[in-house]
Design a protein around this ligand. Structure first.
Ligand SMILES: C[S@@+](CC[C@H](N)C(=O)[O-])C[C@H]1O[C@@H](n2cnc3c(N)ncnc32)[C@H](O)[C@@H]1O
Length: 221
């Protein structure tokens, strides 16, 4: 089963509020985006699924929102919920590890997508694409299961991170490109009442560092 089929099946067989990652109020994501970007800034929600983050950002006046997800079904759910306001969001059904960002973004937000990348090849592609997509001075906000968080989600294994390990992973695949700004722990209460421990890290895209190279391009020496 491809990743796309897996996620389409998950979203197709559950109501929006039934999936373990559902949250009505997407915090701390929203507060962090508010802190590091203002309303006109381009914000990309990577692996956004059917999340209500886009709704919350629209309500706060953000005008340049992109939601990317592997699952076209998840995107359709979010669009149906938003109704006419869905036209104010850019929607992209794609695998982030193969995406070619069309323009720079001020915020790269990812809640619970990166941790599904369990091979170094996929993580390298992701980090290099993130480097290419973020404008200098922009911020990446990445939430993953913490090192003492769940080992699986949605029937799939995940890679868990302490903030330092996540920073090391970014440095490994994009040397010098990202400066850790802040990290916090977050406890997510699932709709079923379980507690899942997350880490939420913020990284600043440095202006300096090696020039961005997309996967398939030669890495600069
Ligand atoms: C646990 S859900 C989180 C969804 C959303 N971020 C939220 O907080 O509600 C993980 C999401 O990552 C997406 N995803 C997984 N691998 C992906 C990939 N390689 N490229 C793009 N999206 C991916 C899935 O389709 C799913 O919507």
């Amino acid at each position: 089963m491809t990743g796309e089929t897996h996620w389409d099946d998950v979203y197709g067989s559950h109501a929006e509020e039934e999936v373990s990652w559902f949250t009505e109020r997407p915090e701390p994501s929203l507060s962090l985006i508010r802190e590091f970007a203002s309303a006109p800034d381009p914000v990309a929600d990577i692996g956004g699924g059917a999340s209500r983050l886009a709704d919350a950002l629209l309500a706060e006046g953000y005008r340049d929102i992109t939601v990317l997800d592997l699952s076209a079904r998840a995107i359709a759910m979010a669009q149906a919920r938003l109704g006419p306001r869905a036209g104010d969001v850019h929607w992209i059904a794609a695998d982030v590890t193969r995406w070619q960002p069309p323009r720079p973004y001020r915020i790269w937000h990812d809640r619970a997508a990166f941790h599904f990348l369990t091979t170094a090849t996929d993580r390298a592609a992701y980090v290099r694409i993130m480097r290419a997509a973020l404008e200098p001075g922009g911020h990446a906000i990445i939430s993953t299961f913490a090192d003492d968080g769940p080992e699986r989600c949605s029937g799939l294994p995940v890679a868990r991170y302490a903030p330092g390990a996540l920073a090391d992973e970014l440095e490994r695949h994009a040397p010098g490109a990202f400066e850790p700004v802040r990290a916090q722990r977050h406890e997510h209460a699932t709709p079923g009442g379980a507690i899942q421990r997350f880490q939420v890290s913020v990284f600043r895209r440095r202006a300096a560092g090696r020039p961005a190279a997309l996967p398939g391009q030669d890495e600069p020496a």
